[in-house]
Ligand binder design. Structure first.
Ligand code: ADP
Length: 542
């Protein structure tokens, strides 16, 4: 017997339709390339997204066609999110920080027919255009006619101006209906190992993920929130914020390309941001800036961070500023939210230090997902906070395989291997110790690089740290620590090593400390340990 309830497919267009009708005046503020602020509303975004949908139809885009974006966080990118997916095409967000060769590869792999690009990415477009002629027919520069850059494209690819295109289009009257399992968006992982791999989201997975993102133990967005996504819209859909905020009627403050610490602090204060999200590197930079200038974040009430482990010391510093950092863990492959750190009755009772220890874990599994750690023998690791396993997940917003890579299919009932290693504690909190490829195995013992990094950045003179495995004649591998001093502080190897003495077993203490001015960061702001391994693998063997 079927339930007698209405069935509406879970479509992305329903989010912007709702926001336009019920929170039509809620603000979308964008910091433009020249630093000026642009203000619009969800009502305006919705109507302009319908113009965009019509314009795409005019360019020949149909259901299932891939349409790419090469853009930072702005109202135009938001309109693309809704216009492209809403009309049934696939919004393929490209990470502009990838190598040109990788960008060309993924445009060809996805067979993007149209590419929307911010004007300041014109050189990237010019660089890839000669290699992507097989599928790409149109480039739309996200600017007004007056702001159009000079850009010569190969024959067969037409250049358009975003505002001219929208102005010429008669908006579609209503958003089309199609099955909720239709592909909505596409995001390639950054490809630190091999070529980037595509994750193809559906309307249903996106809608459910965005709803879950708004749960009280998750992002908990409210209509009175003003959300500043410091995570780019090309990094796993900005962790659902461009969907979750309009669902809640919360304002969006979009920083464009201005992701440096002084700009973020100024924007957050000027626009009264109440919530923000970004990788730990961003918050490290912001903290340094606050310390150097004596400024405060006046309205920010909470930060969500993930993408790499949030150091306990970083959390503590923000705690002292009255801004809790909520750690989340996930991957592009899980839309991305898999675990989120929120209290349970058991952890609420803990005293300050122990509570911070728990808050520095990756958190516990959110509804809609299941996560487990699997031991070498294939059995599930007990929830004893000690036994590590390879982490796998499944759920409503987990990929069942990579786009156009049949050999990677895990199916709907399968468990997706994450490549992360960690433990579960009795309350279900996951503590990641490493990515499989970053593991340090010394004389048969595993040493957690995340633990070592956490300790290192608690040192008063250390700004950032990476622990890697370096070759060792006796132990096969030994931990090597690479650190960046805090600006204006001097750092010695001896003081860093001494700092470890009472915190980890002796065999876990790094063999050496390399002091550098800067660590290499990848396209999503994470430390590139593979680059460090290449550079320092032989450091201990001479
Ligand atoms: P990429 O693989 O392209 O860097 P993702 O953003 O999808 O892109 O990376 C997912 C990986 O990031 C996870 O598998 C995990 O290793 C790491 N990660 C994400 N969040 C956390 C976290 N809170 N703590 C530790 N590692 C994290």
């Amino acid at each position: 017997m079927l339930g007698q309830m209405q069935h509406h497919p879970l479509l992305i267009s329903s989010i912007i339709r709702y926001a336009a009708r019920h929170h039509g005046a809620a603000e979308v503020v964008s910091k433009l390339a020249d630093g000026a602020l642009h203000r619009t509303s969800y009502a305006q975004v919705e109507i302009r997204a319908r113009h965009l949908a019509a314009a795409l139809q005019g360019l020949g885009v149909q259901l299932g066609h891939r349409v790419a974006t090469l853009a930072m966080n702005s109202f135009r990118h938001l309109e693309c999110y809704y216009g492209i997916s809403g009309m049934g095409a696939v919004c393929h967000t490209i990470n502009p920080r990838l190598a040109l060769d990788d960008i060309a590869y993924i445009i060809n792999h996805a067979e993007d027919g149209v590419l929307f690009a911010d004007p300041f990415f014109a050189t990237i477009v010019a660089g890839v255009a000669p290699q992507v002629g097989a599928s790409l027919r149109h480039v739309v520069i996200m600017a007004s006619a007056a702001e159009m850059p000079a850009l010569a494209l190969p024959a067969g690819i037409t250049l358009h101006c975003y505002e001219t295109l929208l102005a010429a289009a008669t908006p579609i009257a209503t958003w089309p209906d199609f099955p909720e399992t239709t592909a909505s968006s596409l995001c390639y992982t950054s490809g630190t190992t091999g070529r980037p791999k595509g994750v193809l989201y559906s309307h249903r997975s996106t809608l459910l993920h965005s709803l879950a993102g708004n749960a009280a133990d998750s992002l908990a967005l409210r209509a009175v929130d003003r959300v500043l996504p410091g995570v780019p819209m090309f990094h796993a859909n900005a962790w659902s914020l461009p969907y979750s905020a309009p669902m809640a009627g919360a304002a969006l403050i979009l920083p464009g390309r201005h992701l440096d610490a002084p700009s973020l602090v100024a924007l957050a204060n000027a626009e009264r941001a109440t919530m923000s999200a970004g990788v730990p590197t961003i918050w490290l930079g912001v903290l340094q800036h606050l310390r150097e200038t004596g400024q405060r974040l006046h309205t920010l009430g909470r930060i969500m961070s993930g993408g790499s482990a949030v150091p306990r010391a970083l959390m503590q510093s923000y705690e002292e500023l009255g801004i809790p950092i909520i750690q989340a863990w996930g991957m592009t492959e899980s839309s991305p939210i898999a675990t989120m750190n929120a209290a349970t009755p058991a952890t609420l009772a803990l005293e300050a230090e122990a509570a911070l220890d728990i808050r520095a874990t990756q958190g516990r599994t959110v509804f809609g997902m299941d996560v487990r750690a699997i031991r070498e023998d294939g059995s599930e690791a007990p929830w004893d906070a000690a036994t590590p396993g390879n982490i796998q997940f499944q759920g409503h917003w987990v990929a069942n395989g990579y786009f156009r890579q049949p050999e990677t299919q895990v199916g709907d009932q399968g468990w997706f291997p994450t490549g992360d290693v960690g433990t579960f504690d009795a309350n279900g909190f996951v503590r990641l110790t490493d990515r499989t490829k970053d593991l340090i195995k010394s004389g048969g013992e595993w040493i957690s690089s995340i633990d070592l990094e956490n300790i290192a950045v608690a040192h008063p003179d250390v700004a950032e740290a990476a622990a890697i495995a370096a070759a060792h004649p006796k132990w096969a591998e030994r931990p090597l620590l690479i650190v960046v001093p805090r600006p204006g502080h001097t750092l010695t190897e001896a003081s860093v090593l001494a700092f470890f003495a009472d915190k980890v077993p002796k065999f876990s203490i790094p063999d050496a400390v390399v002091i550098v001015e800067e660590l290499p960061h990848g396209a999503t702001g994470k430390i590139q340990k593979n680059v460090l391994r290449d550079r320092y693998a032989g450091y201990l063997t001479g």
